[in-house]
Design a protein around this ligand. Structure first.
Ligand code: URP
Ligand code: ZN
Ligand code: ZN
Length: 465
């Protein structure tokens, strides 16, 4: 039996902060005991980690990533190998990525293809959601088997006509199926048909720069689609989780539905909390670095997102990590913003950016751990194995130095992408050590992990619905 002891730190979970030592046995948390107690003093271990003046945190759970995803005429630049290594550097020890049903194909085919990409390559543990790009009688039936295979959440889109778009009837049918089988429907909520009209009109007027991406994807078209999917879910009697919420009007729709007692959930992402349309308007073609959908919003929207995170109208912060290199990928859209591949890098910086939010007074420490670890684990059927530090949980542990100073840069990050969306941003706090199931992955500023250490996580049902 292997035993590791983490001594002297402040353990922070979504529910507690305690000065406690943590005992790990064979990859799981065996016990926690207050410093200096007889129990803690009596523990012996093969290895002791000194966490004095450090936080001891559950590993981050990033429930929205796109590794090596074919999209927008290219493929996102992080593989499962590079992307999960970068995740580990940033204190994220679980990702949930999106497998894609091929058009005309089955959900199982999509899942098999994503297993093939990920197996033997990940540094941290991983699960899958399923993007349903072809909702029909057969794929609706297949949802039940996917849940059996541990894929209990299904993303549908009111955006991207001709690519991932589903009409209201298809969405309603998928929600009805989920109401019966316990699945969770995740919605990309933007009115894609209306956006395509505005794109065409903008291009006809000669509006071709990246900033127009934000203008045509109007906040009201996010709010309208959010309202629609919430009401479709209500009619179906199903819960719904709205991904990458960026507009304050969309937050208001979620808040109203939750006040009515509906099982409606929302996720936002660091880019919406820290970046804005000012970035999309950076000179030349620089704004392309920030093209993602839903788009960045004017800075004024950020207050509603922070408030939503504090009031629990938004429950989760994920990254929607979908990196495309500035040179060779984003530049496919020079002279036509609609051809810029949609997506931004971020899997490495979520825990740090949210710690900065604690330092800046937007969040408490426990809320940081809730939205970044515990809530995504609960939302996607991984709790308490992931998302907390409690006896029996996987020993996914981050030793975090809350006083270290760092500057984010593409020069030093580990994601396979040639720019950083947060270039030059100063952060207080830094990941020092990361354990995945008790095994060191990051130690004293070095990667000591292994591609293939990460295992597939079959997930249970949403634990909130
Ligand atoms: O721009 C984004 N968000 N790209 C990834 C695909 C999606 O819609 O999540
Ligand atoms: Zn989306
Ligand atoms: Zn996404």
């Amino acid at each position: 039996m292997s035993r590791t002891l983490i001594r002297g730190g402040l353990v922070v979970t979504a529910s507690d902060e305690l000065h406690a030592d943590v005992l790990i046995e064979d990859g799981r948390i065996a016990a926690l005991a207050a410093h200096g107690t007889t129990a803690a003093e009596s523990w012996t271990a093969d290895r002791t980690v000194d966490a004095t003046d450090r936080y001891v945190l559950p590993g981050g759970v990033d429930a929205h990533t796109h590794m090596e995803m074919p999209f927008g005429g290219t493929t996102s630049s992080d593989t499962f190998e590079t992307g999960t290594r970068a995740a580990a550097w940033g204190g994220t020890t679980t990702i949930v990525d999106f497998a894609i049903q091929p058009k005309g194909g089955s959900l199982r085919e999509g899942l098999d293809a994503w297993h093939e990409k990920a197996e033997g390559r990940c540094s941290v543990d991983y699960g899958f959601h399923m993007i349903m790009s072809d909702v029909n009688a057969s794929s609706l039936r297949q949802m039940d088997a996917l849940i059996e295979a541990g894929v209990s959440s299904f993303k549908l889109f009111t955006a991207y006509p001709g690519v991932f778009y589903s009409d209201d009837g298809q969405i309603l049918r998928a929600m009805q199926r989920a109401a019966g089988n316990g699945g969770l429907i995740m919605m990309h909520a933007e009115n894609g048909l209306a956006i395509d009209v505005l794109v065409e009109q903008a291009l006809a007027r000669g509006e071709r720069d990246p900033r127009h991406h934000g203008e045509v994807r109007h906040a009201l078209l996010e709010a309208e689609a959010t309202h629609r999917v919430v009401r479709l879910a209500q009619v179906a009697g199903a819960p719904v989780y709205v991904v990458h919420v960026s507009a304050r009007e969309a937050v208001a729709e979620l808040a109203r539905a939750r006040d009515e007692g509906l099982p409606v959930f929302g996720e936002t992402c660091p880019q919406y909390l820290f970046l804005s349309t000012d970035n999309l308007a950076e000179p030349g073609f620089e704004g392309a670095k920030y093209v993602c959908s839903t788009p960045l919003r004017p800075r004024e929207h950020q207050a509603a997102l922070w408030r939503g995170l504090r009031t629990d109208d938004l429950q989760v912060v994920s990254t929607d990590h979908c990196p495309f290199c500035f040179k060779g990928q984003k530049d496919m859209g020079v002279g036509d913003f609609s051809k810029i591949p949609n997506g931004m890098p971020g899997v490495e910086h979520r825990m740090d950016l949210l710690h900065q939010a604690v330092v800046d007074g937007h969040l408490t420490r426990r809320r940081w751990i809730d939205i970044a670890c515990a809530a995504p684990a609960r939302m996607f059927g991984l709790y308490p194995r992931k998302g907390t530090l409690a006896p029996g949980a996987d020993a996914d542990v981050v030793i975090y130095d809350p006083h270290a100073e760092q500057v984010i840069s593409a020069e030093t990050h580990h994601m396979n992408v040639d720019y950083s969306a947060y270039e030059g941003k100063r952060i207080t706090g830094r990941v020092e050590t990361v354990l995945s199931r008790g095994v060191p992955v990051i130690e004293s500023g070095a990667y000591v992990g292994r591609a293939g250490h990460g295992v597939y996580l079959p997930r249970g049902l949403c634990q909130y619905a």
